[in-house]
Design a protein around this ligand. Structure first.
Ligand code: FAD
Length: 341
């Protein structure tokens, strides 16, 4: 089918169902897909739509069945050896073909490295808009418009944006912001396998090798406890103290952007608007002032503890417990207490 021009009048009534584009790595569905299914289910139920998981990969069988248990009413399985590893050309082609054919009302994509590449390309191909990096989705039950909220102006305000004339409504959503869908062994649904016509010549940039990062993977999104350091930690040596406390508590190490930009710790530890969004049970912020861009990434933590020597630091406005003190005095004391436990 021909490409739709942006703002070309379309019949909105033809569009239905909420689609979630599922990412998988080596045959394992990534959590972001399950988070989008959880949120997609709420949106779909409000307007009587179906929730559809779109699964791309090779040998998709088990993952497709799993997605039904995670709440999908239907899984569209696109199975081809050229879809095993993500490439922009292949994924854009096959997803846009089925969008033209089946006309979904909304398409949700993770704001992951892959999603941030795929989303704009796909929106351009099908002639719709894209609201990137959303942190909240709601639906207007009267007309099915999705209210898509994202940080704007450097995180200083939250903008709610709608896509009034074009379909599908398309959004990328930050990982870790939504709750994962519940697993229900008894849930049933349909799996539609679609024949994928794809040839080597359709893919201009080829993946020749995938090299796993040699360093230990930082799993901030799943962490139950995070001890994070900011500029107040004052250097790489200071982070050894943060790491020690995190290790004692069985948690992960996080950081503010100031600490990352200073080269004291890697970017994969950064929390906030341009880092990872986290929702641990316990978040301990050490020497972090509490800038809005940082708080965006931690606001859903169950308990926030702040250690800061400035009693006026904004972090104390969101912290459940605050310790006004020098972190280099307090953290060794906490470690000492834990050792004596
Ligand atoms: P500061 O703001 O400098 O705060 C350091 C704090 O440490 C102070 O409150 C000080 O009182 C305290 N302190 C100093 N010494 C001690 C001590 N010995 N003991 C106890 N306390 C001490 N930031 C992020 O974190 N994540 C992001 O994803 C992010 N994205 C951004 C995106 C954009 C578009 C922009 C414009 C900014 C972004 N920022 C982000 C940067 C953000 O605005 C702040 O600059 C940054 O969070 C500040 O980091 P900090 O709190 O570590 O440093």
């Amino acid at each position: 089918m021909a490409r739709t021009k942006v703002n070309q009048p379309i019949n909105l009534d033809e569009y239905k169902d909420i689609w979630v584009i599922i990412e998988q790595r080596e045959g394992k569905v990534l959590d972001i897909g399950l988070e989008l299914l959880g949120e997609g289910k709420k949106l779909a139920e409000k307007v009587g739509n179906k929730l559809v998981a779109v699964l791309l990969g090779h040998n998709n069988g088990d993952s497709a069945k799993e997605l039904i248990k995670y709440g999908a009413d239907k899984v569209i399985s696109l199975d081809h050896k050229l879809l095993k590893v993500y490439t922009t050309d292949a994924y854009t082609k096959v997803i846009s073909d089925i969008i033209f054919d089946k006309k979904p009302e909304s398409v949700l994509i993770g704001a992951t490295t892959i999603g941030r590449d795929l989303g704009p390309r796909l929106a351009g191909r099908v002639g719709t808009g894209l609201i990137a990096d959303c942190t909240k989705l709601e639906i207007d039950e009267t007309d099915g418009k999705v209210l898509q909220t994202r940080p704007a102006f450097g995180g200083n305000l939250m903008a709610t944006i709608i896509c009034p004339k074009n379909r599908p409504q398309m959004a990328t959503v930050r990982p870790g912001v939504m709750e994962k869908a519940d697993y229900d062994e008894s849930k049933t649904g349909t799996i539609e396998e679609i024949y994928v016509k794809l040839e080597d010549k359709d893919i201009r940039a080829k993946v020749v090798d995938v090299i796993k990062s040699a360093k230990n993977h930082v799993s901030l999104t799943d962490a139950e406890i995070i001890v994070a350091g900011g500029r107040g930690v004052a250097g790489k040596e200071g982070f050894e103290l943060i790491e020690k406390l995190a290790e004692k508590l069985g948690g992960e190490v996080g950081a503010s952007r100031a600490a990352v930009d200073s080269g004291w710790i890697g970017h994969d530890h950064q929390i906030g608007q341009t880092g990872t969004t986290v929702r641990p049970r316990l978040y301990i912020a050490c020497g972090i002032s509490g800038a809005i861009q940082h708080l965006t990434g931690v606001k859903d933590s169950d308990i926030i503890v702040a250690i800061n020597k400035n009693p006026e630091a904004p972090i104390f406005k969101v912290a459940h417990y605050g310790i006004v003190a020098n972190l280099f005095d307090v953290i060794p004391e906490i470690i000492n207490e834990l050792d004596n436990d």
